[in-house]
Design a protein around this ligand. Sequence first.
Ligand code: ADP
Ligand code: ZN
Length: 336
Amino acid sequence: MTKKTIAFSSASVTNYFDADFSYLGKIVSKDEGIIITDENILKAYSKKFQGWKVVAIKAGEQHKNQQTVDSIIDQLIELGADRQTFLVGVGGGVLTDMTGYVAAIYMRGIRCGYVPTSILAMVDAAIGGKNGIDVGLYKNMVGIIRQPAFILYDYSFLKLLPQAEWVNGFAEIIKHACIRDVAMFKLLEENKLTDFQKDKELLSKLIQRNALLKSKVVAKDEYEHGERKFLNFGHTIAHAIENLYQIPHGHAVSIGMGVACKISEQLNSFSDTTRVTGLLKKYGLPPQFEYDKEQTLKLLRADKKKEKDAISYILLHKIGKPYIASLPFQQIETLI
Ligand code: ADP
Ligand code: ZN
């Protein structure tokens, strides 16, 4: 196990990399802890949860809403959860997002920690303190930035992770490589998904590299005034199309990165579009998709990140060198 504490402006988060789930008992007492997980994970790993109080919700993004939050709160009240309670979100991004949100509002805030079980949650969703829920078609419309006390990484959870979820997670890994780590971009080009799935050491290094990359970006700019925005690379289009077409987040981000590369090409002669799209394809991700421009633009106009008639768009000068451009909607219309 490797322990690394990251100081954010509001709080410190302790990361336990390469840990065993049983170590959770050393961080949180079984009397105070309540695990929030989803039905798939509970079923697949029920042995790990023995002796813990567990609240299990239905799996899937469509349940990341206020109704589920209400049902978790009802169950917490029933279990007698109080200000001493420590919530532990065990699951993918949907789970960690909702656990963090419930912990932030239950009795005006109780402690929480995460055990991410999907690649996506390990390298992205569990990190940075953003949590919340969707409202109708609008992703993450309601929420708060609040850091968990800890994140525990037990890679044995990945044994039963569906292949599609592996692919999803690699979209965020490729995103990290594009905005910050050209050496990792090369590493990804030199290997393929099955190499990471077979080689524990290679995978463990990759996950830690990505988790620390994201943590450091967020630590410098927790409330997203500058650098943290780079992490939205590929996400402007992604958020709009993923609910419109019910496509997985990773696919939507991949399509969004493809679009962002094309825009970068048109605005500042970015010359590595084919290298990026090649890598996406290699990891089973789609760099293109036929989407309804009008509907997509309508959703973009309601995006949290818009300012009046423009949106800050993350573009690339080079792989590893992103920049922020404020693009008017009218211009986006001609570019996409
Ligand atoms: P995300 O892709 O943001 O991590 P979810 O929380 O929806 O989103 O997780 C994706 C799906 O994968 C869910 O159906 C969840 O139950 C399932 N899942 C997550 N982790 C595991 C795991 N380690 N083993 C099996 N299924 C998992
Ligand atoms: Zn994402």
